[in-house]
Each structure stands twice: as structure tokens, then as C-alpha cells.
Ligand binder design. Structure first.
Ligand code: UDP
Length: 318
């Protein structure tokens, strides 16, 4: 695909900002949009003097027109459990009205459209590892429903814009991802464990720590997503790292990296917390020639400098 002009919503977020970097490196012009509900301006600070980058602070739940674009990446949404539970209604709105508003832009300009969907579409899965053909096990009224059902609605709407309006849409189901720019205080397991370990505090494990997740380093994830955006695939594609860890083993990796042997504080397991999660990436491999390269211990080592900076900022006088 020749370089063009790309709209990225959620541009000040963890994934959105990395995506902007890669799209700019490929020679595109990028229009970044964010309302800072959970995004952080620091994630885009390095693009201040980038002539091919323009930022617009706006809420995509209001219709907007940023001018002609060749591609849209819809990454706007609170994404960590504590954020989307705090911003429940906003999460449902951005995943419904916001998705429609951005699809309208793609329809108007004949632009390709990629939506950031999620492994949460599978809920607490009864099929393991998760294949795209599995419809999921989601509680439609539980605490996670504001996120899960918003993302599932978005998948239906994106598919409808492809089916009825012939928009060139793509759906990526993103599995747990980590790396620099992950919010240090978003309550997620990697950020919590890294920050706790760096502070010399006990690492918190919810439940018995035997639940599993499969963690993908951010550069691998963005590579898979950019490849998907250039493909002809319209059905959902899992992008994530298939190496599965118990949360307890993940804590041990963090302890080993930081050289701490501190205690572990066991806390109650949150309601509807999925017991296991691991992507089947057969389709991504076949369609995109993609698979992740970075091991968890390597990715954690690549992230530690960032978390140390977050700790320094915490400690700095205001
Ligand atoms: N978790 C934990 N300790 C923490 C934060 C999270 O044991 O300090 C657990 C959480 O209960 C879940 C897993 O780690 O089973 C991943 O949680 P996270 O919030 O990172 O994302 P999720 O995959 O649940 O959306």
C-alpha cells in the first residue's frame, strides 16, 4: 500500500501511540485523535515537531470529519478493567456511537478501516486456546459487560459496514499486550507487578494465581495489526502471543528480572475474571505470515526502563 493519510483514534493511548509511530515510520501522514479519557499526552510528546503528524483533541462520540483519509484505525476505548469499570457508560458509547462515527468516515472517503477488538469477546472461554470461530462465554450484565459487549457490538457494526456498504474493514482481536507506555497505574497485572516490584512492595495476585494469560510485547502486536490492515481479510483475526503463563509464573518472571524475592499478597479474584486465555494464531500465521518474536522475559526487560521512569515521576515533587 502506498503511503497515505491515516486517522488513528485513541492516538494518545498505549497501543494508539505505538501505532502512530509505526505508520509515520512507513511514510504516512497521521491524524491522531483522543479525548484523554484514559490517553496520556506524554505518549505523543515526541511527535510535537513531526510535520506529518496532526493531533485533534476530540470525543469520537460526536460526529466529525477530519478531511480525506485513506485509512482509519479505531483504537479509542478505555481498555483496562479498572478504567472501563469506572467509565462504564462512556465505554459502551465509544464502542457503539464512536465506532459508527468512524465507520462513516471510512465510508465517506472509501478508506480502509481497522477496528481494535479484543480477546474479551470470548469472555471466560470454554474453548481453549481461543479460535476466531468460537462465539464466546460473556456475561452480558456483569462488571466486564460494558467493555465486552461494546466490543462485540463494534464487531457486528464493522461487519455490517463491510457487508452492506462494502467498506474494506478489518477486525483484530487483541490479547493481553504490554510494553513501554502501558499506564503504570491502570491496575493491570504487568503494570501492577512491575511497579510493585520496583517499589519493593509485595506483588498482588488475585485468586490463587493459577488463572492464565498470554502476553504479547507491543512491537509484535503492532506489526501484526499493520499487516492485517494491508490484507484482504474482513473476518476477525486473533493477534497475540500464544505462550501461556499462570499469573503466578508471570509474577516470578517479574521477580527474577528485578532481582527481588519479596512476598506475594493474595487478594480476592474479581468477578467474571477469565480463568484462562490464549490465542490460537493459526489464521494470523497463514493470512499475515506473522507470529510474535519477543519472549515475556525479553519484553519485560525492554519495559523496565519505562516503568522506572514512571516511578521517578511519582516520586518527583509537584
Ligand atoms: N491480576 C493479578 N494481580 C494484579 C492485577 C491483575 O493477579 O495486580 C490478575 C487478574 O485478576 C487477571 C490477570 O491478572 O486474572 C490479568 O488481569 P489484567 O487486569 O491485566 O487484564 P485482563 O486480562 O483480566 O483484562
Amino acid at each position: 500500500m502506498a503511503a497515505g493519510t491515516i486517522l488513528v483514534t485513541g492516538a494518545a493511548g498505549f497501543l494508539g501511540s505505538h501505532l502512530c509511530d509505526v505508520l509515520l515510520a512507513e511514510g504516512n501522514h497521521v491524524i491522531g485523535v483522543d479525548n484523554f479519557a484514559t490517553g496520556n499526552a506524554d505518549n505523543l510528546a515526541h511527535l510535537k515537531n513531526e510535520a506529518r503528524f496532526r493531533f485533534e483533541e476530540r470525543d469520537i462520540c460526536q460526529p466529525f470529519d477530519c478531511g480525506r483519509v485513506d485509512g482509519v484505525f479505531n483504537f479509542a476505548s478505555p481498555a483496562s478493567p479498572i478504567d472501563y469499570m469506572r467509565l462504564g457508560v462512556e465505554t459502551l458509547l465509544v464502542g457503539s456511537t464512536g465506532t459508527v462515527n468512524t465507520l462513516e468516515i471510512a465510508k465517506k472517503y472509501g478508506a480502509a478501516y481497522l477496528h481494535a477488538s479484543t480477546s474479551e469477546c470470548y469472555g471466560d472461554p470454554m474453548v481453549h486456546p481461543q479460535v476466531e470461530s468460537y462465539w464466546g462465554n460473556v456475561n452480558p450484565v456483569g462488571p466486564r459487560s460494558v467493555y465486552d459487549e461494546a466490543k462485540r457490538f463494534s464487531e457486528a457494526m464493522v461487519t455490517a459496514y463491510n457487508r452492506y456498504y462494502n467498506v474494506n474493514t478489518h477486525l483484530v482481536r487483541i490479547f493481553n499486550t504490554y510494553g513501554p507506555r502501558l499506564q503504570a497505574n491502570d491496575g493491570r497485572v504487568i503494570s501492577n507487578l512491575m511497579m510493585q516490584g520496583l517499589r519493593g512492595e509485595a506483588l498482588t495476585i488475585y485468586g490463587d494465581g493459577m488463572q492464565t494469560r498470554s502476553f504479547c510485547y507491543v512491537s509484535d502486536l503492532i506489526d501484526g495489526i499493520v499487516r492485517l490492515s494491508k490484507s484482504d481479510e474482513h473476518a476477525p483475526v486473533n493477534v497475540g502471543n500464544p505462550t501461556e503463563f499462570t499469573i503466578l509464573d508471570c509474577a516470578k518472571e517479574v521477580q527474577r528480572l528485578l532481582g527481588v524475592s519479596g512476598e506475594i499478597a493474595f487478594k480476592p479474584l474479581p468477578q467474571d475474571d477469565p480463568m484462562r486465555r490464549r490465542p490460537d494464531i493459526t489464521r494470523a500465521k497463514a493470512l499475515l505470515g506473522w507470529e510474535p518474536k519477543v519472549l515475556l522475559r525479553e519484553g519485560l526487560a525492554l519495559s523496565v526502563g519505562y516503568f522506572k521512569q514512571c516511578l521517578d515521576k511519582e516520586a518527583a515533587p509537584v
